[in-house]
Design a protein around this ligand. Sequence first.
Ligand code: PMV
Length: 371
Amino acid sequence: ERSFIVSSPGKTILFGEHAVVYGATAVAASISLRTYCRIEPSEKPEIVIKMRDIGTKHSWPLESLPWKAVPAKDVFHPPNTLNNEIVAALEKLLTNEKKSPLVFLSMLCILYLYLQIGSPTQGCVITINSEVPLGAGLGSSATVSVDVATCLLLFFGFIQPPITGESLGRAETLTLIEAWSFIGECCIQGSPSGIDNAAATHGGLIAFRKSTAKTTAMKQFLKLENPLSVLVTDTKQPKSTKELIQRVFRLRERSPLVIDSIFQTIDGISRSAIEALETVTDVFRLREVLGELIFINQKMLEALNVSHVTIEQVINATKSIGPTKLTGAGGGGCTVTLRNTDCSNEMVEDVITELDSLKNSVYDIQLGGPG
Ligand code: PMV
């Protein structure tokens, strides 16, 4: 009987949000908050999905699912986006269900099975537990996609534990997990950039850029010699990523010269950060350089009008322990504070107490952990 437990990290954008939409370089990092997933055989011919954090459970009898045998080569080379076949399967499965995030996640699991194994007789139970707050821009859905993809690939024998690979090498295994989790993200998010599931798969730091008329796509994995300590603060202020992206779009329509030069500055910030991460070995010096870049990046995001009073409150409350910027779309959501090397644990605790009293949730975490 095959049971497996896997986990993957959430992520935070360190540099380059918004500008990345227009082709600038961005840097994301894995965080030490993880999502855990267990898969085990079920005694009944059904698929059960339990998400403990939101207290829900769904199950489907195997015979109710539209199975189809797929050649192994299609498992190893999954489509690179949602194809018509997947969309049709999703629509069919979703007609009788409320389209809640849980149902999407569940559909994703079913879909993986549907695409991969033909007509199974062995049911399974998938249990998901997450430390990553949902909907806070920390990549929670991608961690679920990565975990579920890995669990199913293990359960049905396409990859072997530990994920160093016997039939497949480690790099190939990770590529396979990343590709399947991207399909999962497409089911949940629509048109994701792919950075969240890349961070959850590989961990560490990722520099990336998308291709536009003027830029070529780039994805580079960087390893941190020493993990960096940060505070991630969830302001709990609801925000709409779509609306914030539109706000920047309209600003750029009105003042293209000004806004494009801000994007260029942000691109320079990300590139300088990458250079520092690759070349500066002294950890004090590295923090100093990254701290200055965080400060400038936040000023640029304020100029793009995507900051918010709740974010400014966090910036003020954390001034004594290190520089803070918003992370993700802004307008609320989360911030990231790089802890100064000379700040004591007492100072950090005082700041956390103050942030808590302002109704934030604070996570004291490390960046750059394993995938
Ligand atoms: O808040 P999030 O995690 O959805 O991040 C959005 C980041 C943007 O740069 C604003 C958009 C994007 O797709 O890169």
